[in-house]
Design a protein around this ligand. Structure first.
Ligand code: C2E
Ligand code: MG
Ligand code: MG
Ligand code: MG
Length: 292
């Protein structure tokens, strides 16, 4: 009887495992195909200055809507892209597309906004990463100061010196750096001191309970003070409610991003949003064709 039971358990387990493996294979093949057919899309979510309420920039976020699998979250497909190495060509395309699109918005008069592009650690660790960024900036004509790279602490896991070296080169070029998902990993602020970064992005999971949880609020408050003392600006992501905004304002947070203001949008919707929010400064480029 025990043997029989054991076998059933095993069969159930392997059936479930089989399903997982199937999905994994489907995703990998689907992603490859979607990329080859140029079906991946970039959405943009605005980032605002907490005091002036002006858009300072936007984060580009990958979207994949597959005809068979439906809409697949980057939280699910990015790890697969990383494991398979697909993240290298995809990540390059993301950077090109985000820079190209930003340059276009600049031409239309929105010349003060920067674009934040998520960079996978695997991508950052490539030997030619810095020269690739340089080349894309040159090709698209986007001024380097309008490019912000969002990295995670994973980039310095294997070789801190190499990471610092690359970050310093990027800063010399004029590109700014954000440390994304802050609070979810192991990074302490003393570790951050060794990385030449400009912005700290506090992870959504901390912002979520800022109103309800006194400890989360205290943690954010001290992260903000310490970040400021290290000369960093702080961005809170995942702001969904007015109360969260008020609390962050009181703590001196610099910028916010979240559904409270806007969800990530397709490029034409983002262009409309820009039109309503930030009026381009007049006659800055009178010779440029108007309209998005
Ligand atoms: P992330 O870089 O931390 O991006 C923020 C995520 O929070 C995005 O999820 C965004 O849609 C979501 N978000 C923003 N505001 C709110 C809010 O108020 N409430 C809630 N519930 N969510 C909010 P998304 O687009 O699903 O992306 C998930 C993750 O996938 C990103 O986290 C990033 O790590 C990765 N990712 C997305 N696009 C790219 C990309 O082009 N390259 C790489 N390497 N990773 C990417
Ligand atoms: Mg990000
Ligand atoms: Mg983030
Ligand atoms: Mg996050």
């Amino acid at each position: 009887l025990a043997k029989e039971y054991g076998r059933n358990q095993y069969q159930e387990y392997s059936a479930e495992y089989g399903e997982l493996a199937d999905r994994r294979v489907q995703l990998e093949q689907g992603l490859r195909k979607a990329f080859e057919r140029s079906e991946l899309e970039l959405y943009y979510q605005p980032k605002l200055d907490i005091f002036s309420n002006q858009i300072t920039g936007m984060e580009s976020l990958l979207r994949w809507n597959d005809e068979v699998l439906g809409s697949v979250s980057p939280a699910e497909f990015i790890p697969i892209a990383e494991e398979t190495g697909l993240i290298i060509p995809i990540g390059k395309w993301v950077l090109e597309e985000a820079c190209r699109q930003s340059k276009e918005w600049h031409k239309n008069g929105y010349s003060s906004i920067h674009v934040c592009v998520n960079i996978s650690s695997k991508q950052f660790l490539q030997d030619d990463f810095v020269s690739m960024v340089e080349q894309i900036l040159e090709e698209t004509g986007l001024c380097p100061k309008f490019l912000n790279l969002e990295i995670t602490e994973g980039i310095a896991l294997y070789n801190v010196h190499d990471a610092v070296n690359k970050l310093e080169k990027l800063k010399q070029i004029g590109v700014s750096i954000s440390l994304d998902d802050f609070g979810t990993g192991y990074s302490s602020l003393s570790y951050i001191k060794s990385l030449p970064i400009d912005f700290l992005k506090i992870d959504r999971s901390f912002i979520k309970d800022i109103i309800l949880n006194y400890q989360d609020a205290a943690i954010i408050d001290s992260i903000i003070s310490l970040a400021h003392s290290l000369g960093l600006k702080v961005v809170a992501e995942g702001v969904e409610a007015h109360q969260q905004l008020t609390a962050l304002e009181q703590m001196g947070c610099d910028e916010i991003q979240g559904f409270y203001f806007a969800k990530p949008m397709a490029n034409h919707d983002f262009a409309k949003f820009l039109g309503k929010k930030n009026k381009p400064s007049q006659s800055m480029n009178s010779g440029t064709p108007s309209g998005a």
